[in-house]
Design a binder for this molecule. Structure first.
Ligand SMILES: Nc1ncnc2c1ncn2[C@@H]1O[C@H](COP(=O)(O)OP(=O)(O)OP(=O)(O)O)[C@@H](O)[C@H]1O
Ligand SMILES: [Mg+2]
Length: 244
């Protein structure tokens, strides 16, 4: 397997404060890796660096040229139709056909001519996913893409992302606050704390992954401890708790 991402000694300082302090991360082609960390630990900063959206980052960073990002909010242009949003900037001759196909894949066939503001939150995120996938990324960067969705929509989105990644095999880096989400979706979990990767563990939970599985529970405890969350505290399994 070749490396889809190679990050060595990545540093980022904001106004004299070092947020990333020599981060090392490697992702192989097709890896699905979740990145956890407390609020403000630098997860989005690292993701932006991988996306090529930050010029102030230092260190060695090798990433594929075809990268797509999905953020917590769909970031659709309000004045363009859903289809135009999906194909924006694509220069392929078959872009419109590919855009339609991508929308069908995320269950949005028939919404091509809709305005973004008429979509529900889950639909808008699916449109953002279609926009990311139509670019056939070798690296898919997901920054809490399900964070603003209700629990049921989130479960549907998990299934959709698994299905699409199973078909296209991009390397995926999923930033999330939700330990269970990380354990349900990822092959590997990373914890970012004090500017470095403090934990890098494979998710050895048999499929179908169940929250009640012993290995799931064991790994969840390990991750919560690494994140400094008291598991016995009320609401410890609420994904928002990690923000504390
Ligand atoms: N452009 C910027 N200018 C100044 N400080 C910044 C900038 N971007 C990020 N930071 C700071 O860097 C730190 C890490 O921010 P980042 O957004 O990467 O955290 P995060 O781990 O994604 O947090 P969250 O889980 O809340 O999204 C924060 O303290 C933030 O204030
Ligand atoms: Mg963030």
């Amino acid at each position: 397997m070749s490396a889809a991402v190679l990050a060595r000694g990545v540093r980022r300082t904001f106004a004299g404060r070092e947020v990333l302090r020599g981060l090392d991360v490697e992702l192989a082609d097709g890896d699905f890796v979740a990145l956890l960390g407390r609020s403000g630990s630098g997860k989005s900063t690292f993701l932006r660096a991988l996306a090529g959206l930050d010029r102030g980052v230092e260190g060695e960073l090798l990433v594929p040229s075809r990268r797509s990002v999905v953020f917590q909010d769909a970031r659709l242009l309000p004045w363009a139709s859903v289809l135009d949003n999906v194909v924006l900037g694509l220069r392929r001759r078959d872009a419109l056909a590919q855009g339609r196909a991508a929308l069908a894949e995320v269950g949005l066939a028939g919404h091509e001519d809709d305005w973004p503001k008429t979509l529900s939150g889950g639909e808008a995120q699916r449109a953002a996913l279609a926009r990311a996938l139509v670019r056939e990324p070798q690296l898919l960067l997901l920054d809490e893409p399900f964070g603003a969705l209700d629990a049921l929509t989130r479960i549907r989105m998990h299934a959709l992302v698994q299905q699409l990644c199973g078909r296209y095999h991009p390397a995926v880096l999923l930033v999330t606050h939700d330990v269970d989400e990380a354990l349900l979706l990822a092959d590997r979990v990373l914890v970012l704390s004090d500017g470095v990767i403090s934990l890098d563990a494979p998710v050895d939970v048999p499929s179908p992954r169940l929250r009640a599985d012993r290995q799931f529970i064991h790994l969840r405890s390990r991750l919560l401890a690494e994140l400094g969350v008291d598991e016995t505290a009320e609401g410890a399994h609420d994904p928002l708790v990690v923000r504390a």
